[in-house]
Design a protein around this ligand. Sequence first.
Ligand code: C5P
Ligand code: MG
Length: 172
Amino acid sequence: MSSWPFRVGFGEDAHRLEAGRRLVLGGVDVPHAELGAVAHSDGDAVLHVVADALLSGLALGDIGQYFPDTAEEWRGMDSRVIVERALALVQERGWVPVNVAVVVTLDRPKLGPLRAEIARSVAALLSLPEGDVGISFKTSEGLAPLHVQTRATVLLARLLARVDAAPGVGGE
Ligand code: C5P
Ligand code: MG
């Protein structure tokens, strides 16, 4: 690994949608969703990409390695646990997330009214200010109506190498 104190992580996830299931995004239950995610866990495609983005930034693999979708113990699990685990793996190595950008592609329902709540929920999980979590919504323009797709990038910074802690920087 190079000595640069920054890393970019990226994640991508998708779930099939079906009637009679919950739709949970970023830890927020989407009210009145006609379709919900088919998944082994709670199917939270926002938290899954955030966790994968955190892991990928430090080349730590992906969430399937830590939470196999064949394991009975993870059935229906709250995906916040997945993000907490990914964050712990990053923090144990001396890194922290700086900001996160998430794109959710979903035709229905409109998610705009939930943007702030989802951003707050993701930010709280990562101990970030709400303004450091950007959430964008896109439709698939009808190309994938039975599908939720998510993508996320995260910037990671190494705690012990902050520029303002470097010799000669910051006023000495
Ligand atoms: O994908 P498209 O460009 O058509 O999205 C138009 C607008 O609809 C965007 O401003 C987006 O925030 C919003 N949107 C939404 N909920 C979705 C999909 C898109 O609020 N499920
Ligand atoms: Mg997923």
